[in-house]
Design a protein around this ligand. Sequence first.
Ligand SMILES: NC(=O)c1ccc[n+]([C@@H]2O[C@H](COP(=O)([O-])OP(=O)(O)OC[C@H]3O[C@@H](n4cnc5c(N)ncnc54)[C@H](OP(=O)(O)O)[C@@H]3O)[C@@H](O)[C@H]2O)c1
Length: 229
Amino acid sequence: MPAMIVTGAARGIGLELVRRAVADGRRVIATHRPGPPSQALDDLAAAHPAKLRLMALDVGDPADVEGFGARVGEPVDALVNNAGVLLERNADTLAQTMTWAAFETSFRINAIAPLFVARSVLPLMTAPARILTISSFMGSLSYAKSDTTAYRASKAAVNKAMQALATDLAPRGIAVAVIHPGWVRTDMGGAGADLSVEESAAGVLAVLDRLDLSGTGRFYRVDGTEAPW
Ligand SMILES: NC(=O)c1ccc[n+]([C@@H]2O[C@H](COP(=O)([O-])OP(=O)(O)OC[C@H]3O[C@@H](n4cnc5c(N)ncnc54)[C@H](OP(=O)(O)O)[C@@H]3O)[C@@H](O)[C@H]2O)c1
């Protein structure tokens, strides 16, 4: 059975995507930052040794990303680019806390990495296959708010990169899309957010399952409707 890859699966939405996908009987490769996996991910792997493979991957390290596909070395039919960072909470364009370094890191992890992780695993994918990147409505150009500028800009950038990738991969029969997972109660989303990780992950996996060439190159909400770019 070809595997589904989920990046940044140590906690939050990524961990729940893995938990649910394994429970559904899928073969899953869950990546975590180099070093020991989180206890939750480790426990899950121990409970499902045949279904779940853990791999270390720093999505912000170009060499690690470039060699990732070769290390995976097995057929893949789905990639979920989930790993992400929100570094300068509430920092508008003029805030002293909105630094060059944090802006750069936001782009590295949120915008550049998803494209290069996809390129790394592409040789393992044969049609029909799917690439879904967890973006955010905060990156929608229709949403004119300035707080958390670096995060918003990085998500707008990944939307564009994935739209372009969708164009390039359509002739190969590989569908590509981005999704806003809702405002979710994770370390990033905070305790006051709208959705549980269970609700969000269920929606993300439903969109992933339905994704084919008829819906490639689109920006989805977690309920499967289309979001404005
Ligand atoms: N929560 C929300 O309301 C919300 C809303 C819209 C979009 N999103 C997006 O949904 C995705 C998941 O968010 P979340 O809420 O689950 O966030 P989270 O709880 O902060 O988890 C982020 C995950 O990304 C991993 N990660 C970060 N940098 C990494 C790197 N360089 N290499 C590998 N893994 C890395 C983290 O690993 P460590 O544990 O090692 O740090 C962690 O597992 C993100 O792309 C986020 O932007 C979230």
